[in-house]
Design a protein around this ligand. Sequence first.
Ligand code: CUA
Length: 183
Amino acid sequence: MSLPTRSSIECPAPDWFQAPTGHERIWIGLALAWCMVMSLMMPYWHFKGKQNSSGESYSVKPADFIKRTEKFILANTGEESLLEDGIAPIVPAPPGEVYLIAKQFQWFPILKLRAGETYRLHISSVDFQHGFSLLPMNMNFQVVPGYDHVLTIKPQAPGTYPIVCNEFCGIGHQNMVGKIIVE
Ligand code: CUA
């Protein structure tokens, strides 16, 4: 088969279009069918499955969010403040409101939660946009300054769960790691 010698900056000939035939037709059909399946799965997953967040968010000024977090830390620093990487984990009494600040380049404070208890986890950024990703769960939330994102969480199993930032937020982005301890 010889290809017409036209450069890519010229208009194609008016009769360029040829209806697909044979295998091309089959492949287009398969791709179209898959597109339809994926389109239907989006609303399906909205109602079925556990991948949707509890989806609450409120507006908050960064300075106010810092104040609320400080208040939360003061109210919950107890005798269990053992040192972890130089920072004492905060052990809030369940059930309750729990605060987490994202800022260049850390997640603050380290939280120690109890398995099987329900918490309302407030997350906000006090500078730029960050991405909250809790490992090894497949979850990822955008953390935007000015918004108090509230996730209702119920830790299932004891362990140390790293939090990584997966929104590029500056020169120290790759070092922006925190953790939630569950006991
Ligand atoms: Cu914070 Cu990347």
